[in-house]
Write a protein that binds this ligand. Structure first.
Ligand code: HEC
Length: 445
């Protein structure tokens, strides 16, 4: 089965208040046994620790020696309204010893074991919230994205210990819920033994054999992309410097000699994004196992043709329904084909998803994640049941904020000419290209 590319997704102050703990707790409160096993419950008393209602999770992949990566800390609780955490990384072989180094980011500060601020010069490090990253008033969950540079050379397994406080936002240390967790990672050992072989390259939305524009999502078929049964899906912890990875699970894809951003890999399929290449015409694509290592294995090159734009809507496979959402987040579609979807009505405002719409202004690179609206450079027309739609009903054509730059978003108002109770054909015309037929919006009775 072909896996979709779309990614899925916020005073009784005693004299002690002068210490301002919500500015970040004292060191050694992660619950790490080697530090004495103390956690936030040393002061935040009253409720049972790890009560099973909330949850603290550390999301982190195996490390490459010396190569910066993201560590994502997620704290969840149905009632909490303020959030805090502390985490430390240790060598499994000697847990008293710091492993790698944490950087200070928008999410976190770093305290050393002696209480001073980083750099810690080899002391044990404690990455933790600032006052501003306790997110007062935020409900449901908190996510902190940390930057961690692993040890180099490889130093065996690394254990992360963390404690979290799902707090009630009463500005004191009562009524809060404390969680602890730990997780172990290893140094990545790239030893794929089968040379990768590409058997097909397809447009990520139309699944046609091209053409493609810069930044288009593509899907490669073949063998030897991973070990049988293994897969990789890019998640929040895989984004470094807010970019999708150019190498994952010991595999890279090169297009015209440049690394492609990766979103999904398994033994027979890779979902990737064509790099931001200005040149048009044929370019070679290769899959590389164990990239950059002495045991590197390269596939034969397969040529694809780059053009200025190659628009196509993503569909909710196996239906012809265009992937899209209503303003309230409900998914567009035909509920008789897919029960979780809903038919649209004239006047509804929808966001529809596509790929292949080419360069944007300003230019965004493949793998990047735009924070806000970014429009495409070459304008589009939409054909509704074969008739060009009034451009006033096309509200936005650009990148999908918060997603990989290969995902384009077209916001429309469903026109009055929409025909009820049937699938209406919708196609994108951009320059000389018309998106493939049989992509539809189902209009409710
Ligand atoms: C030495 C005692 C002490 C320890 C240990 C401690 N705290 Fe606190 N914490 C306090 C006090 C006192 C307050 C209230 C004053 C303030 O906000 O600074 C507080 C407040 C907080 C708040 C705001 C609570 C609210 O409801 O508004 C958060 C979040 C927090 N701490 C997180 C943590 C985390 C996470 C840990 C463990 C990693 C921790 N604290 C460990 C004493 C402590």
């Amino acid at each position: 089965m072909t896996r979709g590319i779309l990614l899925t997704v916020f005073l009784a102050a005693a004299p002690t208040a002068a210490l301002a703990f919500s500015n970040g707790p004292v060191p050694e409160r992660t619950g790490a046994p080697v530090d004495g096993g103390i956690n936030c419950s040393a002061c935040h008393r009253g409720n049972a620790i790890n009560d099973g209602i909330g949850r603290l999770t550390i999301l982190v992949r195996d490390y490459r020696p010396g190569v910066k990566q993201r560590v994502r800390v997620v704290l969840e609780h149905p009632e909490a309204q303020r959030w805090g955490f502390q985490i430390t990384a240790r060598l499994a072989g000697n847990p008293a010893q710091q492993a790698g180094t944490f950087a200070v980011t928008d999410s976190n500060q770093v305290r050393c074991a002696d209480g001073t601020a980083a750099p810690c010069n080899g002391q044990r490090e404690f990455a933790e919230h600032f006052a501003r990253s306790t997110y007062p008033g935020q409900r449901g969950r908190a996510v902190w994205d940390l930057e961690w540079t692993p040890p180099s050379p490889a130093s065996g397994e690394v254990i992360f210990y963390a404690a979290g406080n799902a707090a009630n936002n009463n500005a004191i240390n009562t009524g809060d819920f404390i969680y602890t967790t730990s997780t172990t990672i290893a140094a990545q050992n790239c030893n794929l033994t089968t040379a990768p072989r590409i058997s097909s390259i397809r447009h990520g939305a139309s699944f046609l054999d091209g053409p493609y524009a810069m930044n288009t999502m593509i899907t490669l078929g073949g063998t030897g992309f991973q070990r049988p049964g293994q897969s990789f899906t890019a998640e929040g912890q895989d984004l470094v410097d807010n970019r999708f990875p150019a190498e994952a699970s010991c595999v890279a894809v090169e297009v015209a000699g440049r690394r492609a951003a990766l979103t999904y890999l398994d033994a027979g399929q890779i979902n990737a994004q064509i790099p931001t290449i200005g040149d048009l015409g044929p370019v070679p694509v290769r899959v590389i196992a164990n990239p950059g290592l002495p045991n590197e294995l390269r596939s034969d090159a397969v040529n694809i043709t780059l053009v200025e734009n190659a628009p196509a809507f993503f569909r909710l496979l196996p239906t012809p329904c265009i992937a899209g959402v209503f303003q309230d987040g409900a998914v567009t579609g035909d509920p008789s084909l897919l029960p979780f979807t809903k038919g649209a009505k004239a006047g509804d405002i929808l966001s529809l998803y596509a790929t292949g719409l080419g360069v944007t202004e300003p230019v965004y690179q493949a793998g990047e994640i735009p924070g806000g609206p970014v429009e495409v450079k070459m304008p589009i027309q939409l054909e509704w049941n074969g008739v060009v739609m009034d451009s006033r009903d096309i509200l936005y054509v650009g990148l999908a904020p918060g997603n990989i730059t290969g995902l384009y978003q077209i916001n429309i108002r469903v026109p009055a000419v929409a025909r009820a109770n049937i699938h209406n054909q919708l196609r994108i015309r951009q320059g000389s290209r018309l998106s493939p037929e049989n992509t539809t919006l189902y209009i409710a009775p």
